[in-house]
Design a protein around this ligand. Structure first.
Ligand code: AHR
Length: 307
């Protein structure tokens, strides 16, 4: 398939313009907004016609969107599953209709791997481990208990499950680390603030906040400041993503450490889509390359951060 043909209207009418149906999770975070832009820009660049829908963090909306893409007979379906479970039926429908599916960003827990062609995205367990490893190092000289509160991502989502598990796996080696409260903040700033306010009321002695994304961490910072405490000092904060607002808070000393999760999946997704539609072999799993940031590193890269 060539990458020309920009502007031609899509559908599987036999022309070489690929039509992709993409079901996005929602617009819950800065990460998600950057991810949507990356997918839309990359589709344009690749000459792929994109049908885009926003599921507002609801699985039923994603299932509806996928069914509508099947009905429209798009060439390929890509989606970022809001939760891990409950996809087998609709994925079988796509398979029966001979429409290849690519998972992007988040995984499904279907045991039948033939229901999708490939899965492009981060290793969320690894991200959780990186967060835990930083914490262990930070407190290596202390024997006092370390009271941790956790703001989890959307309940049942791959990043919430995996970031929790990866973190646990590392910190459980030392009983001084205690997760004293853990609750979902839905990956949003507003919910992060609300849940942190409740954490602060119930627990006078919080040493560390582990937030599964920057946005919840940023909401929590407002709650911490509102309670008259100094984020980054009275309470150390670890987050995941490294979007610009998060990096700013890191550079300002309010966040202590960020594990990067890259939202820029668009170009790789379009490459995979072209191959899958052409019937070429693709790897089962494509893992995104990512790093971590300390406060000093955030200061260095902040001015060139794109999202
Ligand atoms: O699935 C990726 C996660 O979803 C991001 O870390 C979070 O910010 C987003 O909402």
């Amino acid at each position: 398939c060539g990458s020309g043909g920009g502007g031609a209207s899509g559908g599987s009418s036999g022309a070489d313009v690929i039509t992709m149906g993409f079901s996005q999770v929602g617009a819950e975070s800065g990460w998600r907004t950057a991810n949507t832009k990356s997918v839309q820009d990359a589709a344009k660049e690749a000459g792929i016609t994109l049908k885009f829908s926003d599921a507002q963090q609801k699985q039923e909306n994603q299932i509806k969107a996928i069914r509508s893409y099947i009905q429209q007979r798009v060439d390929v379906i890509a989606f970022s599953p809001v939760v891990e479970s409950g996809w087998d039926t609709v994925l079988k429908e796509a398979k029966d209709a001979n429409i290849p599916v690519i998972l992007t960003d988040r995984a499904v827990d279907s045991p039948d791997k033939s229901l999708y062609k490939t899965f492009l995205g981060s290793d969320f367990v690894e991200e959780g481990k990186k967060a835990g490893t930083w914490l262990v190092e930070e407190y290596k000289d202390s024997t006092d208990p370390v009271n941790i509160v956790e703001l989890q991502g959307t309940t049942g989502s791959a990043p919430a499950n995996d970031r929790r598990d990866g973190f646990q796996e590392v910190i459980k080696a030392d009983p001084k680390f205690k997760v004293i409260a853990s609750q979902t903040g839905d990956f949003t700033r507003a919910k992060g603030k609300e849940v942190m306010e409740a954490f602060l009321k119930a627990n006078p002695d919080i040493d560390v906040l582990y937030a599964h994304n920057d946005d919840m961490g940023l909401g929590a910072i407002e709650a911490i400041e509102g309670a008259g405490k100094v984020p980054g000092q009275d309470i150390k904060i670890i987050t995941v993503d490294a979007v610009k607002d998060g990096m700013q808070a890191l550079a300002d000393g309010k966040i202590s450490f960020i594990v990067e999760c890259s939202p820029l999946l668009g170009p790789q997704l379009m490459d995979l889509a072209k191959k899958v539609v052409a019937g070429e072999q693709v790897p089962d799993r494509v893992v995104t390359e990512e790093t971590t940031f300390t406060q000093e590193q955030a200061k260095e890269v902040l001015s060139t951060r794109q999202y």
